[in-house]
Design a protein around this ligand. Structure first.
Ligand code: NFS
Ligand code: SF4
Length: 658
């Protein structure tokens, strides 16, 4: 019996074609199988997702349980305390939001800590790269800038933004950026965030056993917490990172595993905090370390990024990006990675074993994220180079002693990245009249049907990159301009959609706009915290006018087609609470047909918010998003202009004949 099981496990082969459309990852999965190495793809195939957990129909919030409500009729049973299915799943959903919001806001707070220490002169390895942005952000939240020293403005900005996290009463500073009518809706429903710490704390309290037991009331606090992420912690992370490290402008860069170099010392930084990566950029350019690499027989030091800090460096500096979340183990299979340094978030524990198999030196660097059996070199911002230099030194030694044969997939894709919300101004408006007016005009005249944000993770429960790529292709084919962040951006970059030439895949209206401006039909704006750029872009579209008076009026939609993390749920909820129809793929942690389900997928919209949607198939997802965009166009009276643009000769003749 046991033997049979072992045999079954042995013979269970991954159908690689079914799990990824990324050719480089597929090649490495084949090699991993030859080498007897296991990845998350294999583990996912081996471990069926728990059906009760997938529906969020279980609760372990107290020791009278855990309770699980499995039944055809979800209302047939309640937990020991009497909690209904709606209470249980809304509490679980809320706690995902609390965790996701905590991740983003803790990251944002680290950036703000760094900013304070830089301004105070305690940290000298970093400086203020974009003082113009510093002043602009300060002015926006009511700080006097005229005739003042940068340092004084910066100190005030720090004090003001700290409220995003610590404020006990009142509204977070970036509430000032929210379109008035959207803010009015928030105030009416009591969801304007005070400070992120307070909101997360209250949400954890309310979802404790025996506290909030009304799914609508829980959802209200979920929205408030999520908004403290999107318009709070994440937005601060983005703005402060721009101020410290520079605001992205379009840059040509290379993605995919082919950016590893066999004859060089390869170092990957994977995680979410740009400060570690920025310091590593200095380290790999250090003449002494380059010399050491040469002495070890290498032709240089090659630095590449992965996941979200990779996406930030791709957008800010054009640093090559090797792949998204589901490729982080696979890339180690190349044998070419001499060192990988990680900080926080989306770091699979499985990396440790794969790194071990290939002799790659894996290092954790952040006190928040240690992995059993992995060497830790703490990153201190006041002596940043100590950590990153040490990683480079270890990488050089590993290069010298490379034992495993190297196989690097020969795949590189070029594209243009780095479209900050500020840059969208100049791109469409020209340097001298930078504004969102041309974008709005093109939406009003129907060349652009609407705007979609396609973001988020990859997940081994669906074919890697497939849903992202198919969805985005379908959207642009229908003249929907797509903006992207995070792992989704990398999926499309690998598919070649980040080139201006990819405009030929767009519908005629969008294509015309892209060709006039010379931009790709898909705009990458950075990491997951940079989803805040999409919120700011939405606010600008409302402010410029012609597209309604709140974010909920805009012909826009969002999607995370291959999501996996709690952070993604927080992002989804803040987009929904901001007024955006947001569609998730893979699975939705909820029992269909329950009152809570109805509230998220419908009820919230009737209160003036956006709403959630769910579809696994990318074409169905696109259909839902486009029909929402069309519904908004119709409400704005723009359905007519759109028809005119799309009608070809045959259609027009048909109309005349009728
Ligand atoms: Ni976002 Fe970035 Fe990627 Fe998902 Fe993870 S790296 S913060 S959570 S997997 S997009
Ligand atoms: Fe069960 Fe209620 Fe305890 Fe949850 S809180 S485990 S539903 S008794």
């Amino acid at each position: 019996m046991e033997k049979d099981k072992a045999k079954e496990k042995e013979t269970k082969k991954l159908n690689i074609k079914e799990v990824t459309t990324c050719d480089a990852t597929a090649q490495m999965l084949r090699k991993a199988e030859r080498d007897g190495v296991e990845t998350a793809f294999h583990r996912a195939a081996d471990m069926k997702a728990c059906p009760i957990g997938a529906d969020s129909a279980c609760c372990k919030h107290c020791a009278m349980g855990p309770c699980r409500l499995i039944s055809k009729d979800p209302y047939a049973k309640v937990g020991v305390c009497g909690a209904t299915i709606d209470t249980i799943q809304s509490r679980n959903f809320a706690r995902m939001i609390a965790a996701g919001a905590a991740a983003h806001t803790d990251h944002g707070m680290s950036m703000l800590d760094l900013f304070r220490e830089v301004v105070n002169g305690h940290i000298k390895d970093y400086g203020i790269k974009d003082p113009i942005k510093l002043e602009a952000v300060a002015r926006e939240i009511g700080i006097e800038t005229e005739g003042r020293e940068i340092k004084d403005i910066a100190l005030d900005l720090y004090k003001e933004l700290e409220r995003t996290y610590t404020q006990v009463e009142g509204e977070i500073p970036f509430a000032k950026r929210v379109p008035p009518k959207t803010l009015e809706t928030w105030r009416k429903h009591g969801v304007v965030p005070r400070g992120a710490m307070r909101e997360i704390m209250e949400l954890m309290h309310r979802t404790h056993m025996g506290v909030d037991q009304h799914y609508e009331n829980i959802t209200t606090q979920s929205s408030r917490t999520a908004l403290s992420d999107g318009w709070g912690g994440s937005m601060v992370a983005t703005e402060i990172s721009d101020i410290l490290f520079g605001t992205p402008t379009p840059v040509k860069a290379e993605v995919n595993m082919g950016c590893l170099k066999e004859d060089q010392v390869n170092i990957i930084i994977h995680g979410h905090e740009p400060n570690l990566f920025e310091s590593m950029l200095d380290s790999v350019n250090d003449p002494g370390l380059i010399q050491a690499a040469k002495e070890a027989g290498a032709n240089g030091i090659n630095l590449v990024g992965m996941c979200c800090s990779g996406a930030e460096m791709l957008c800010r500096h054009g640093i090559p990006h090797a792949g998204n979340f589901m490729s982080t183990e696979a890339i180690l299979v190349t044998g070419a990675v001499d060192a990988m340094g990680v900080d926080v978030q989306c770091i699979k524990q499985g990396l440790a074993k794969v790194a071990d198999c290939y002799g790659t030196r894996l290092f954790t660097t952040n006190p928040r994220c240690r992995i059993e059996g992995v060497e830790h070199i703490q990153f201190h911002e006041d002596k940043a180079r100590e950590c990153t230099d040490a990683i480079v030194e270890h990488a050089i030694i590993r290069f010298k002693n490379r034992k495993t044969p190297v196989e690097i997939p020969n795949i590189r894709n070029y594209g243009i990245h780095g479209f900050s919300h500020e840059y969208i101004n100049y791109m469409l408006g020209g340097t001298f009249r930078g504004s969102y007016t041309p974008l709005n005009d093109n939406i009003i005249n129907g060349r652009i049907r609407g705007v979609a944000g396609v973001v988020g993770c990859t997940n081994p429960r669906v074919k890697q990159d497939y849903v992202h790529v198919e969805l985005v292709k379908e959207l642009i084919r229908n003249d929907v301009l797509v903006v992207q962040t995070g792992c989704s951006q990398i999926a499309l970059a690998k598919a070649g959609l980040y080139t201006p030439e990819a405009a030929h895949l767009a519908g005629s209206g969008l294509r015309e706009v892209c060709e006039t401006v010379g931009m790709p039909p898909v705009l990458g704006v950075g990491s997951c915290v940079d989803n805040s750029r999409i919120l700011i872009a939405c606010s600008e579209m409302v402010r410029v006018g012609g597209l309604g008076s709140s974010i909920a009026d805009l012909p826009v939609a969002g999607a995370a087609p291959e999501w996996m993390s709690e952070k993604a749920i927080s992002i989804g909820q803040y987009f929904v609470a901001s007024g955006v129809f947001t569609v998730f793929g893979v699975t939705f942690p909820i029992v269909e047909g329950t009152r809570f389900h109805q509230h998220l997928f419908d009820g919230l919209e009737s209160l003036g918010f956006g709403k959630w949607g769910f579809a696994v198939d990318p074409h169905e997802m696109a259909r839902m998003m486009i029909s929402h965009i069309d519904k908004k166009r119709k409400a704005l009276g723009l359905d007519k202009t759109r028809e005119r643009v799309l009608m070809d000769m045959a259609a027009r003749q048909k109309l005349e004949a009728a």
